[in-house]
Design a protein around this ligand. Structure first.
Ligand code: HAM
Length: 417
């Protein structure tokens, strides 16, 4: 028996009803904020993520699906979308045409992580990137957009954490001070943190290991290293969020797992999903354009983990949702009615109704049972009498009410129901 690849899953039935609703919200709210959809290929050159996300991050170091294709090119199934969007913006000189370019996207991503609830090897993100503005208004716009999407999709309980990483060179100075401090305490750190100390020391601050907490809590604070411009920027972002009534807490230890950030970083979290508590992550990434080889440009964005949002909706829902059901099920009574019923179904579909017919040549009783199973709103039956008089017997499956009407009145009857 061949099964799905570990960490990947099939999606179908009722779960997809939630996805479709969420996708509608992505489309609508993005447009309300003036963001345009962008689609990039699922495969990119491995080099893009090495340079953009950073060689020493978990994503690039341990989690990418990378391979050499038949032409000898090193390719990777995209593990995130920000580097591809910036690659595309450089390639198509988007900022030359529009000095502030607002982009949204949704699609599958791949990371070879250890699968657990809310963590998959193929997962999906909705995200938005605001390219071209260095000002706090754009950080705030992005956070307000993420907040609005989560609210409108129907997530009820979540909180927002905010931090600033300051200017890129501040981080370099701070990193040196942090490494010095952590090296003094190396023997007390968890194995994971010792490894990170060598590769990506700022991530030690993120550690969830109990053993690391006292050391991390007493570590030098990045906030003591910020210059005046960084502080002003962060205050500007906070002032807009305050005015907009968006609650948040400042978490001085949040550094995020990707190398391209500077200044504002943020995460939306939930307490309803166990350890996979981040439903959205983002921040400002002014260094990224230059890392990928473009002209310097400021930018800020976020990505929401759709799979996690779907789990949340399911957990918060009282009653299960049902999958889609047809407006009408057309029953053919006898061989002669089969083709006319197919044609009638086609006519109704062209008018925008969902119409289903029997494909197993069932008895009348069997067809009514099938209509019931599919939760059809109406059935319309056609036998010899109805064929002769161009009528149908229309039945409202909820009330049981039944009447004979001309076939030409069907659309009207379905619309007024
Ligand atoms: P990220 O924090 O790596 O950021 O991912 C964003 C969100 O994707 C997470 O908060 C989580 O909800 C979801 N996610 C990540 N990995 C998985 C997984 N294995 N299974 C299920 N869900 C997952 C980024 O990807 C950045 N590109 C965000 C960004 C956009 N920064 C600036 N612009």
């Amino acid at each position: 028996m061949i099964q799905t690849v570990r960490g990947m899953r099939d999606m179908y039935g009722a779960e997809l009803a939630d996805w479709h609703r969420a996708e509608e919200v992505f489309r609508t709210v993005s447009a309300e904020f003036g963001y345009e959809e962008f689609r990039t290929p699922i495969l990119e050159h491995t080099e893009l993520f090495k340079r953009g996300v950073g060689e020493n991050t978990d994503i690039v170091g341990k989690e990418m699906y990378s391979f050499e294709d038949r032409s000898g090119d090193n390719l990777t199934l995209r593990p995130e979308m920000t580097a591809p969007i910036v690659r595309a913006a450089i390639e198509h000189t988007l900022l030359r045409h529009s000095p502030v370019t607002r982009i949204w996207y949704a699609g599958p991503l791949f990371r070879h992580e250890r699968p657990q609830k809310g963590r998959y090897r193929q997962f999906h993100q909705y995200g938005a990137e605001c390219l071209g503005s260095p000002n706090p208004e754009s950080d705030a716009e992005i956070i307000l957009l993420a907040n609005e999407i989560l609210r409108r999709v129907g997530v009820q309980r979540y909180s927002l954490e905010l931090n600033t990483l300051g200017a890129p060179d501040t981080r370099t100075t701070y990193r040196a001070a942090l490494v010095e401090y952590l090296t003094e305490h190396e023997s007390e750190l968890s194995a994971d943190s010792v490894r990170r100390l060598a590769t990506n020391p700022l991530r030690v601050l993120d550690s969830k290991e109990a053993a690391d907490r006292p050391i991390v809590d007493a570590a030098p604070s990045l906030s003591d290293y910020h210059d005046e411009a960084s502080r002003t920027h962060f205050d500007g972002v906070r002032a807009i969020l305050d005015a907009a009534g968006v609650p948040y807490t400042v978490n001085a230890h949040m550094v995020r797992g990707l190398d391209y950030y500077s200044h504002t970083v943020f995460e939306f979290t939930t307490d309803a999903l166990g350890s996979q508590n981040a439903i959205c992550g983002g921040g400002r990434y002014d260094p990224l354009f230059a890392l990928i080889g473009g002209t310097d440009a400021p930018a800020v964005g976020f990505s929401i983990g759709i799979d996690r949002v779907m789990l949340l909706l399911e957990a918060e829902r009282a009653a299960p949702v049902l999958g889609p059901s047809p407006d009408i099920y057309l029953c053919a009574i006898g061989d002669a009615a089969r083709l006319p019923v197919q044609l009638l179904a086609m006519r109704l579909r062209r008018r925008g109704f969902s119409a289903v017919t029997d494909l197993l040549r069932r008895s009348m009783k069997g067809q009514m049972k099938d209509a019931d199973r599919l939760r059809a709103t109406f059935t319309a039956s056609i036998g010899d009498d109805e064929l002769a008089s161009s009528t149908v017997v229309l039945k409202n499956m909820q009330t049981g009410e039944q009447k004979t009407i001309p076939q030409t009145d069907l659309e009207q009857a379905l619309t007024s129901a």
